[in-house]
Write a protein that binds this ligand. Structure first.
Ligand SMILES: CC(C)(COP(=O)(O)OP(=O)(O)OC[C@H]1O[C@@H](n2cnc3c(N)ncnc32)[C@H](O)[C@@H]1OP(=O)(O)O)[C@@H](O)C(=O)NCCC(=O)NCCS
Length: 155
């Protein structure tokens, strides 16, 4: 298993990115400025995009594993890799998600805790209604992970 940082032709991962964020113009808002990681294990399994939100803050904007490969540990492996990659670069790592118990549990099991909610995010920012497990998504729930690194101590 290996994870590569992708710097060129990021659009070739669009099929998988659309699994994590189903509207292409929304993906395009962060894909080029973001850092894209691809996990391979006998072929592509998982992708994730992380953007810099502020001087000390990064945000996981997208993570997706092909449906047939979900539940095999690839997503958690990617999150652990991202935590390792960013823990010395920032003091806060955020991830926003719809109000879906499965996904919230996934992030909490990876060590994230609830941060805050952006009301009506999915209604205001998408051109169609988004459903997950039969439930319309409305608010964006943000989870966070804080790092106690040198930069933090200088703030
Ligand atoms: C969320 C996601 C990236 C997790 O990736 P993954 O490769 O399946 O992750 P893992 O195999 O490490 O599974 C992590 C946990 O989630 C659970 N899980 C993963 N996929 C699941 C699924 N489709 N249904 C139910 N549970 C699932 C696993 O059981 C596992 O729990 P455990 O550690 O207690 O066994 C993946 O489900 C996905 O691509 N979902 C669609 C896109 C999406 O919603 N992205 C997040 C947007 S915020």
């Amino acid at each position: 298993m290996k994870i590569e940082k992708i710097n060129v032709n990021k659009n070739r991962f669009m099929d998988l990115l659309l699994l994590g964020d189903e509207q292409e113009d929304m993906v395009n808002k962060y894909l080029n400025r973001g850092e894209l990681f691809a996990l391979y294990d006998n072929g592509l399994k998982t992708v994730s995009v992380v953007t810099k939100k502020d001087k000390e803050v990064y945000e996981i904007k997208n993570i997706a594993t092909y449906e047939k490969d979900q539940g095999k540990g690839y997503g958690s492996f990617m999150i652990r890799y991202i935590i390792g990659h960013y823990k010395n670069k920032c003091n806060l790592l955020l991830v926003g998600t719809g109000d879906n118990d499965k996904i919230l549990t996934f992030y909490k099991n990876c060590g994230f805790e609830y941060s805050h909610t952006v009301e009506d995010f999915f209604i205001k920012n998408y051109d169609h209604k988004i459903f997950e497990d039969g439930k319309q998504l409305k608010d964006m729930a943000y989870l966070k992970m804080t790092f106690d690194n040198i930069q933090t101590k200088h703030l």
